[in-house]
Ligand binder design. Sequence first.
Ligand SMILES: [Zn+2]
Length: 273
Amino acid sequence: MPELPEVETIVRQLCRQIKGKTITSVRLLWPRTVTGCKAEFCRRLRGMTVAGVSRRGKYIGVEGVDGTFFTVHLRMTGKLVGEISSADRKHLRTQFTFSDGTALYFVDARKFGRLRLWTCRGQACPSLGPEPLRPAVVLTSLRRLKTRRPIKSVLLDQTVLAGIGNIYADEALFQAGMHPLTPAASLGEAQQQRLASVIPKVLRQAILRRGTTLRNYRTVADESGENQEHLNVYGRAGESCFQCGASIEKILINGRSSHYCPSCQKKMSDVRR
Ligand SMILES: [Zn+2]
């Protein structure tokens, strides 16, 4: 699933591609892609001139000059592309056509992706936590944690921090030298600071590399990202740690796979605080 860096990459490209353009038609080929009233969605978007494209967590937001605002959540296999390949045609769920004759295609093989109209930008996605791109913001969120839940699960919780998914949670915990099962509330001040400094760094590096493509994620230009070349633990179970040579392990935490180095990432009970 695209996480913050992938969605940010898409948003930047999309902004260049559709800002200032006016939507002349919306074709819903799979109506359930739209959450809420389908007719209203199409009616409000028709004639809308795009003022800007933004990101909040893993959501793409498109705002019209009249304040009309809708979000796109790509979930597992969704992608927004300016040109559609013949192979993607059968997975086309929504097509936006602009007054200049160009189009934007929402393609989604597994149909989990969602489009949603909101009253206004300020009211969209109310349950999301803060953006994890600044250490001070992340630190504030980490300091508030009173839960014994594993830190890995907490990082995936979009109400705590918005936009982190499995890849960047695993990579950040590796960079912080922290075991994914560490109880969130047991982190000392030094560990909180360490994690708060690596999370924005890991995300920003991935943005510079236009995200991580492992299976489905594609940019608006239908290209792969480059961050998959730089992963330390995610997807590397059984391979050697670049730092110490130990074999990377994979465990399930609340049903999600977690990749970590058993030597570089110690549980809090294993290290002196
Ligand atoms: Zn290691």
